[in-house]
Design a protein around this ligand. Structure first.
Ligand code: UD1
Ligand code: CA
Length: 482
């Protein structure tokens, strides 16, 4: 007797297995080219899209399918490309192969032969300059490749304007015949709208065996990877085509105009998602710049020309005014950032206010209801609850307690020309306008400094100091501190 529960488990397991990928899949990413059409000293794959190098986008998607290994072919600016890959893949231990001379995509794959020598795997080949391809698309390609037990499966797409791409030629039965590059194509071939997306699955052994037979007899004198499918077909191997409907997703970035289009496309998607799913108001969505990795809570209002970069997190009900830039920072709820502030690597708690024209950087921290005003710079400092620094001030390497007021023009003189020193200002302190705090120095709680003081020694609690250098004037009683 078959127990229904067990039977269901067996069927689920079978279904599950069908969803999963059968053979081990390795990923090979081609990223050695300069990208001449970018007209840049910088390798194309290092140009940034949404604040991250193109190669980082491809690496993240590659890692998302949990491949057996990821190997990246580097050449132009190899050290920088390696750093960009390692920054993205960190713990995934990517491997690198070096292509010394950029002799074409076929040569680039050959350069990685050693990394795959003893592996019987499916190799998924990706281009470092195709940043928007989705995980689901790669999985669909891999599944098609496995189901058909092909030696090679090519991802293709139909384009309104196929200029620049390799065209897919089919035989009279509609089967794949070969790929012809733009520069080698005749007029009839150029009219073909089905193109090679530059994303393929190969049987590893068959790929490297065919690559040995690729010759550079074409208009560009290059070793084309795109000759491999035809060679395999002549060997009697199965070569399949997997056609995809979203052309934009699988197209490459070849010049700066295309890069700007991609940027625009991604940004519009991010802003739309934030409006519809997260309930964020954009005063002018076409002039808002938010990274895809940033998070913004509901009922936030974002004014024009605001940049929210990196992994910034903004909680609910904040208002960010015109021209401010927030990078890799966290804002609590109901924070108001007035016009033209720069906030980098910093933390701001609930109900704080910043700006206009304030600069917070290097782990600046504001606790609940703190206020930083006009032309105030805060570096590596903490400002306690309900404390205020409203005007024209530099606070560096400082720790400021709760309910303290920092007068206009205050400077923490934290640098003696050689080293940085710390300033501590405790709770309920009143720092008079234009006070210079010569660090290291501590101002005790309830203390007051007179306008223009130059504080060179620690100030005891509940004491008024003034002058240059500041001297104790008197002990303060409770009434005098109010
Ligand atoms: C390639 C394909 C073309 C396809 C298109 C899709 C070939 C010959 N052509 O053309 O059929 O339609 O991609 O985007 O493959 N690279 C190296 N070493 C080299 C040359 C290139 O690593 O010697 C890398 C580049 O850095 C890039 C990728 O390979 O990441 C593609 O090279 P690219 O020059 O952009 O090829 P396409 O002309 O776009
Ligand atoms: Ca390309």
């Amino acid at each position: 007797m078959i127990r229904p529960a067990l039977e269901k488990k067996r069927i689920d397991k079978m279904k599950n297995r069908q969803d999963k990928i059968q053979k081990p899949v390795d990923v090979l990413i081609l990223a050695a080219g300069l990208g001449t059409r970018m007209k840049s000293r910088q390798a194309k794959v290092l140009h940034k899209l949404d604040g991250r190098p193109l190669i980082a986008h491809v690496c993240r998607t590659a890692a998302s399918i949990s491949p057996g290994k990821i190997c990246v072919v580097v050449g132009h600016q190899a050290p920088e490309v390696i750093t960009a890959v390692n920054n993205e893949l960190g713990n995934d231990k990517p491997e690198f192969a070096t292509q010394t001379k950029q002799l074409g995509t076929g040569d680039a794959v050959s350069a990685a032969k050693r990394a795959f020598a003893d592996r019987h795997a499916t190799i998924l080949v990706l281009s470092g300059d195709v940043p928007l391809v989705k995980k689901e698309t790669l999985l669909t390609l891999i599944r098609a490749h496995e189901e058909q037990q092909a030696a090679c499966t090519i991802l293709t797409v139909r384009l309104e304007n196929p200029t620049g791409y390799g065209r897919i030629l089919r035989d009279e039965k509609g089967q794949f015949a070969k790929i012809v590059e733009q520069k080698d194509a005749n007029d009839e071939e150029r009219a073909i709208r089905e193109i090679n997306a530059g994303i393929y699955c190969f049987d590893s052994q068959k790929l490297f065996s065919a690559l040995e037979r690729v010759q550079p007899n074409n208009r560009q004198g290059e070793y084309y990877l795109t000759d491999v499918p035809e060679i395999l077909r002549r060997d009697g191997e199965r070569v399949e085509v997997c056609s995809h409907s979203d052309a934009r997703e699988v197209s490459g970035v070849n010049n700066r105009a295309e890069l700007a289009e991609f940027e625009n496309l991604l940004r519009r998607g991010t802003i739309r998602r934030l409006m519809l799913d997260s309930g964020v108001t954009f005063v002018d969505p076409s002039h808002a710049y938010v990274s895809a990795e940033a998070r913004i809570g509901s009922d936030c209002i974002i004014h024009p020309d605001v940049h929210i970069e990196g992994k910034s997190v903004i909680a609910e009900g904040c208002e960010i005014h015109q021209g401010s830039r927030i990078t890799d920072s966290r804002l609590g709820s109901r924070v108001v950032v007035k016009d033209h502030c720069v906030i980098v690597d910093s933390d701001i708690a609930d109900d704080c206010a910043v700006g206009p024209f304030a600069h917070l950087r290097m782990n600046a921290r504001m606790e609940e209801r703190a206020v930083v005003g006009n032309f105030v710079e805060v570096k590596k400092s903490r400002i306690g609850r309900d404390s205020k620094s409203m005007h024209l001030t530099y606070l560096g390497d400082a720790t400021i307690g709760a309910k303290t007021n920092i007068g206009a023009g205050t400077v923490t003189c934290n640098y003696d020309g050689k080293r940085k020193h710390e300033t501590v200002i405790e709770d309920n302190v009143k720092i008079g306008s234009d006070t210079m705090l010569v660090a290291p120095v501590r101002v005790g709680s309830g203390a007051v400094t007179g306008a223009g003081s130059v504080v060179t020694e620690d100030v005891p609690a509940n004491t008024l100091v003034a002058g240059v250098p500041a001297r104790v004037k008197k002990k303060l009683n409770e009434d005098e501190k109010k």
